[in-house]
Design a protein around this ligand. Structure first.
Ligand code: AMP
Length: 284
């Protein structure tokens, strides 16, 4: 196994990337919040297919968490993360601490005007401003040629693609498919917070999406019928609180009432204290 270099400061990361660029190497960046799982590993795999040098960032970004969200409780295990990165041939782990990225006088944020006004952005009003800001910072620090993001966080991917286009950034953004557990649950670092008895409730998200796929296949085009059925499936399991279940345009994320072309069905549900998201692209 090759050694993985751990870099914790902005200056050292920028110097390292400058050196790689000088040597003619292309850089792929995989931004993560750590507590890595197969979903993250698939992004690394994709990254190594596209570039010579693979950088994984591990940073639980405080500015994308609202008050009362799980910033403090976010799971961590750096030694395990490091072993996984080594196995995947990651060259550098960039692991700054919060004061390194947000020093006392920090005051510049990136905010999008439309995409955050849907789906997760409605109940997490500061989230995408935090995401857009940290991703911009990571792009400026790591200077990647390409960056890989998971379609699991579909809205995040849309926000980043829009931001890259709006701000004429040169990085190429690639979306990678959702990796699921054997039973269909979308992998997430937060899944470790689910006790075994919560599993059926957690699985109701994927069940709802599959049910929607079947309904559309059977010719149903009214979104209300499909989302109502999804709500029933989720509510059937106790201890669930639906944040949203939405059928929307995959580009604008605006609600679609009558399904005539491919749509995104996306949902967020709290199972116990754990907020889960999932989505599926559906075609009539
Ligand atoms: P996170 O550490 O949760 O911030 O995720 C870091 C990156 O991994 C994001 O681009 C996520 O979309 C992606 N990701 C998380 N879970 C999955 C999954 N189950 N399948 C594919 N990508 C994922």
């Amino acid at each position: 196994m090759q050694p993985v270099k751990i870099i914790t400061t902005v200056k050292k990361m920028q110097e390292h990337s400058d050196l790689m660029i000088h040597q003619g190497k292309s850089i792929a960046l995989i931004p993560t919040m750590g507590f890595l799982h197969e979903g993250h590993l698939s992004l690394m795999q994709e990254g190594s297919r596209h570039a010579d040098h693979l950088v994984v960032s591990i940073f639980v970004n405080p500015t994308q968490f609202g008050q009362g969200e799980d910033l403090e409780a976010y799971p961590k295990d750096f030694n395990r993360d490091m072993d996984l990165c080594k196995k995947k041939g990651v060259d550098v782990i960039f692991k700054p601490d919060a004061p390194e990225l947000y020093p006392e006088n920090f005051q510049t944020y990136i905010a999008l005007e439309k995409l955050p006004n849907h789906l997760c952005g409605l109940s997490r009003p500061v989230h995408f401003k935090g995401v857009a800001t940290i991703v911009t910072k990571l792009f400026n620090i790591v200077k990647p040629d390409i960056a890989i993001f998971g379609q699991k966080d579909f809205q995040q991917l849309a926000v980043i693609k829009q931001m890259v286009s709006d701000l004429h950034m040169t990085v190429k953004v690639i979306g990678a498919p959702i990796i699921r557990e054997a039973d269909g649950l979308a992998m997430s670092s937060r899944n470790t917070c689910l006790s075994p008895e919560k599993r059926p409730a957690a699985l109701s998200l994927f069940e709802s999406l599959n049910n929607a796929k079947q309904l559309i296949k059977n010719g149903v085009t009214d979104s209300n019928i499909i989302t109502k059925k999804a709500r029933d499936i989720v509510k059937f399991h106790g201890d669930t609180e639906i944040d949203y279940i939405s059928i929307c345009d995959p580009e604008t994320l605006e609600d679609v009432q009558n399904i005539k072309k491919p749509v995104l069905m996306a949902m967020a549900v709290k199972v116990g204290k754990t907020r889960l998201i999932d989505n599926m692209l559906l075609s009539p």
